[in-house]
Design a protein around this ligand. Structure first.
Ligand code: FAD
Length: 388
């Protein structure tokens, strides 16, 4: 599915965002990205569209197209990736990538989350030792002509207690047959190609780029969720799907998820999106506190904590030694507190479905479940139960 301006049937007018809107969006976001003015304008545009993305019928094509046209997908890849004369990445540093995701997530979590899964697939394809998937897809992905996503969590955080692999692979001639399910795939029904993980009988695992028009593959249309329903997340079912060896991205090997660089900025991505959502909630609190003295102390305190977390994430991405689990726990706790503080400040008006604070509260719950490491989940449960 195309993500660029051609997908918009002429809807992608010039970004109708004033400088003032952009300044409000960037208030107290002490972490400027490269091309800061353009990113300000893009984020203000995304924030305006965000309330439209409510159900599985609301795939955020307009926002994704705005991101494609603004070159967002190229932030995350190195310049040399495409070869001579091809579209390359912009080669943003890891720290700038964190800054970029902080800005996008504060504007629109649904679109930003979809982009993380898209970029996860692009990075795996781009950095594979096998050049074929890269040659076939990467240029069109970076240009926004095609969409890709990932179905890999059944090797890490999903269905691990079941004993049998969710998605099995068996050797067949010059390739593999895949059968089973990938339980969580964001935007599967919008995707042209999915990076899927599967397990062989001997316990080795593989990653492969599987085109969605391959016979035997069925992508669910999207499940209605507590939030982020417009991400069209659903299971993908595979029945005897043939994947030629040339479409392998990694493996077969033991521990295939430890290979490559598709997981993003050292596991910081989920925490970064939580910090970005906290930023949106705190910006609301700070704006309210200008006219309400009783909110000032809590707005200032949460603002400082959010800035401190953003700075920790940027330092970690710059190579400073950090405990990614500790940052994730901090990000999860902060996003729950900031979004609920915003709801408390908005009072009954905030409980009306069309008010953004309700959406932020529901979105915050996502971080309790999205790729949440078991030790972080256990610590959170102990906190909730009052266990020291
Ligand atoms: C909106 C959304 C989008 C996502 N997008 C993607 C994506 O694009 N790509 C991707 O790869 N992943 C994606 N994920 C998956 C995500 O990263 C996690 O892997 C997923 O949230 C883990 O939840 P689960 O229900 O699958 O966990 P599971 O561990 O499978 O738990 C499911 C259920 O199993 C039972 N259970 C769990 N543990 C045990 C146990 N030890 N003993 C007995 N019973 C147990 C419980 O009843 C539990 O409710 C997405 C998730 C969400 C919510």
């Amino acid at each position: 599915m195309a993500l660029n301006s051609d997908a918009l049937d002429g809807q992608n007018e010039a970004l109708d965002v004033t400088d003032n809107d952009a300044r409000v969006m960037n208030s107290s976001m002490a972490c400027d990205t490269p091309n800061a003015d353009a990113v300000d304008r893009l984020c203000a545009h995304l924030a305006k569209l965000a309330p439209n993305y409510r159900t599985t019928q609301d795939w955020p094509s307009e926002s994704l197209a705005a991101c494609a046209n603004a070159g967002v997908f190229r932030w995350f890849l190195p310049p040399a990736i495409g070869g001579m004369g091809a579209i390359g990445g912009m080669g943003w540093s890891e720290a700038d990538q964190v800054r970029g995701y902080l800005r996008l997530a504060a504007a629109d979590l649904t679109t930003t989350f979809v982009i993380t899964q898209f970029m996860g697939a692009c990075k795996r394809i781009a950095t594979s030792d096998n050049p074929v998937p890269k040659q076939r897809y990467l240029q069109d992905l970076l240009a926004g002509n095609l969409f890709a996503t990932v179905g890999i969590s059944h090797l890490t955080t999903s269905s691990r207690h079941l004993g049998a692999p969710a998605l099995q692979a068996a050797r067949d001639g010059d390739g593999f047959r895949l059968s089973g399910i990938s339980p969580w795939v964001t935007g599967g029904s919008a995707a042209d190609v999915i990076v899927l993980a599967a397990t062989l009988d001997d316990g080795q695992e593989l990653l492969a780029a599987v085109p969605t028009d391959t016979p035997g593959i069925v992508c669910g249309p999207g499940t209605e969720l507590v939030a982020l329903s417009a991400s069209r997340t659903d299971r993908v079912t595979l029945t005897n799907v043939f994947v030629p060896t040339e479409m392998l991205i990694a493996g077969p090997m033991h521990g295939v998820m430890k290979s490559g660089t598709g997981a993003g900025t050292g596991g910081l991505q989920t925490s970064t999106l939580a910090a970005g959502l906290s930023r949106a909630a705190v910006d609301y609190l700070v704006a309210e506190s200008i006219k309400r003295d009783d909110l000032k102390a809590s707005a200032e305190q949460l603002d400082q904590q959010t800035m401190a977390l953003c700075e920790s994430l940027i330092s970690a991405a710059s190579g400073e030694k950090c405990d990614a689990g500790e940052l994730r726990g901090r990000a999860n706790r902060l996003v729950m507190r900031t979004t609920q503080a915003a709801m408390t400040a908005a009072k009954g008006a905030g409980y009306v479905a069309s008010h953004p604070v309700g959406r932020w509260c529901r979105e915050a719950l996502f971080f309790l479940v999205w790729s949440c490491p078991q030790p972080v989940a256990n610590e959170h449960l102990c906190e909730l139960a009052g266990i020291e």
